[in-house]
Design a protein around this ligand. Sequence first.
Ligand SMILES: *[C@@H]1O[C@H](CO)[C@@H](O)[C@H](O)[C@H]1NC(C)=O
Ligand SMILES: [Zn+2]
Length: 427
Amino acid sequence: MKGAGHSRVWKLTVTFFAIGSWMGRVGPRPADGELATLTSTRERLQTVHQVLKEVPLIDGHNDLPWNIRNFVHNQLNEFDFDKDLRQISPWSKSAWSQTDLLRLQQGMVGGQFWVAYVPCKSQYLNAVQLTLEQVDLIKRLIDKYSDYMEFASSSREILEAHSRGKIAGLIGVEGGHSLGSSLAVLRTLYQLGVRYLTLTHTCNTPWAKSSSVEEEDNGNGGGLTDFGKVVVREMNRLGMLIDLSHTARVTMRDALEVSKAPLIFSHSSAFSICNSTRNVPDDVLKQLAVNGGLVMVTFFNYFVKCGPDASVTDVAEHIYYIRNLIGVDYIGVGGDFDGINKTPRGLEDVSRYPELFAELLRSGKWNVEDLKKVAGLNLLRVFRQVEKVRDDMQKDGIRPLEILLDSPDTIGNCALDINSVQRLTEV
Ligand SMILES: *[C@@H]1O[C@H](CO)[C@@H](O)[C@H](O)[C@H]1NC(C)=O
Ligand SMILES: [Zn+2]
């Protein structure tokens, strides 16, 4: 009957619009119809190559420096970064090795945060010295391979290196235990060129809680102590990026509340897709967008699929999810290569980044501008804002903070408690 027919058409139309708007939530339509019609993988990869020529692809986290310590004890004369490491032992035999210069070039990497990581076991022992040695290693590495890489410590220097066809090499320190609870060490690391600090690795520090020792999630507070909040403020004043990967949720929330500058997750994905505590829950993602920060989606299979198997499509799912939730302006990539031993199919090593961007294009819902943001423009925006907060605080005459940890950071170690040393009076 006519009436029923009408209502069926109406229902179909409503359904169609509902599906259309649901799909639309994945992201805006391509700016021009052209991209949607790019059907072949080759064409998509060509588009990606053009994008990554124009904008540096900046990865948030690579653990090669730690492998160089493990494998060759930081002896760079025994390390041929410009060779195919898949052919050279012990790299060829290690499931943890996914990085060399040739593959970085194939992967069109334009900027890399090299990680000065030292294990939590060194906390209260020689963590600070070991960290300095890793910083020294990264600088020597960049220097030795200056035909390929250029040291960068600002947003401007990343772009300059990229314009010269070099990979911008940056330094991040992974874990607050590397500070020995000293703001002086933090400032010195900044002077050496360190541009992010991950507040914790897998151990609590005396001032910040780690996700690895998270008890129960009891809302806000209790993640950062007063001294932890001072560390965040001092990082704002210095212009150092604050990295929340590995931290407990309570730490994430406290840092988001205290920081004047945008925060990053250098290598974390979406908790709603894989419920590892290394991933970021929705409420924190929403706060991160308000904060103007960045989550650099990571590739470890156990954080992508919560299991040993994953593919590049699964990594893209995290990116789609985060985009739906908070938008494309807060997403980057932090592969964690050389820090992982299970990589997704299609993202096996640093040569494969273009595959991920081609995968995003394949969805038909991503345009060139979106790809540029995720590749590097978002990180550059965050970095510039961090630099601006630094400059504003300097203009306001804010001096280095001189607050000390209430109790000295000497628990169970062999360090001298300097406060116990009295100056001898002359006799
Ligand atoms: C993740 O989900 C699994 C299965 O539902 C559950 O057993 C596990 O406790 C969850 N883990 C976290 C950290 O929420
Ligand atoms: Zn890590």
